[in-house]
Design a protein around this ligand. Structure first.
Ligand code: C5P
Length: 242
């Protein structure tokens, strides 16, 4: 197949022009970065696993009528997606204190939060993705109040659904980051889930032992990173039992 035109290269993925107008090919790399790319590395096989895990979760979410950009997986490292206009906001949902909220507010890691907390970060590497309020998002026009209604509504449904799905396979969904885009189809605009959902952007703990099964193993040099991602895939039924 002729090499497609590359449109964008991010830290963990590359986007290529798709075979039809309005489509893109999303390629999953093995590269891993943390702390806004101050820490860099490679996790062998990560791209293959994240492609499969994200495919699985996006299909499950589509089944409960969460609109997503996902069309189909093409091969080990690539999936076909709908081209969307990415909203420059990272939406973080937290169920249990870990990472930046634990540090910022002095809450011991592992404390269950009184309720799920949704935070927004402005996607801007130069500024280190600063946390922003809905006020900033709508005042600066990154998203409209109507977009934000859709985003909050979808985010809470995604959290409820994924929390149950992971718990069913013995994994606690501690927190995660998602992104949304605007999909223009037949003169209509819809907010859809975009990017990926994988152990790169979720905190996943073993429900019994609280062992970390996500990118924190890379961020904190805990070792056994590939094994942890494989175990998530195995429990979701994507990889055969060991
Ligand atoms: O670092 P922090 O605690 O704010 O991260 C919250 C969640 O968002 C974690 O699951 C982390 O993996 C994810 N995240 C991400 N990309 C970022 C920042 C956070 O996927 N740029």
């Amino acid at each position: 197949m002729a090499r497609r035109r590359q449109l964008y290269e991010g830290k963990a993925k590359i986007l290529f022009e798709g075979p039809e107008p309005g489509t893109l090919v999303q390629y999953f790399k093995d590269d891993a970065t943390a702390f806004n790319a101050q820490k860099k590395g490679t996790i062998t096989g990560k791209g293959v696993l994240n492609n499969r895990i994200s495919e699985f979760l996006m299909i499950k979410l589509a089944e409960i009528n969460v609109p997503t950009h996902f069309i189909r997986r093409l091969n080990m490292r690539e999936q076909l997606i709908k081209e969307v206009e990415i909203i420059p906001i990272e939406v973080v949902v937290r169920n249990i204190a870990a990472g930046s909220i634990a540090q910022r507010l002095g809450i011991p890691e592992g404390t269950r939060l009184p309720r799920s907390i949704v935070e927004y970060y402005y996607k801007n590497d130069q500024l280190n993705d600063p946390m922003v309020a809905e006020e900033h998002i709508t005042a600066f026009g990154w998203a409209t109040p109507q977009d934000m209604d859709d985003i909050i509504h979808l985010t809470l449904r995604i959290n409820d659904f994924l929390t149950g799905l992971f718990l069913g396979v013995g994994i606690t969904l501690v927190d995660f980051k998602i992104e949304f885009g605007r999909l223009y189809e037949n003169e209509d605009m819809r907010i859809v889930l975009a990017d990926e959902i994988s152990p790169d952007n979720c905190r996943l703990w073993d429900a019994k032992t609280n062992e970390k099964m996500d990118k924190d193993r890379f961020r904190r040099d805990l070792g056994k990173i590939e094994e942890a991602y494989q175990e998530v895939a195995r429990r979701l039924g994507i990889l055969p039992e060991a």
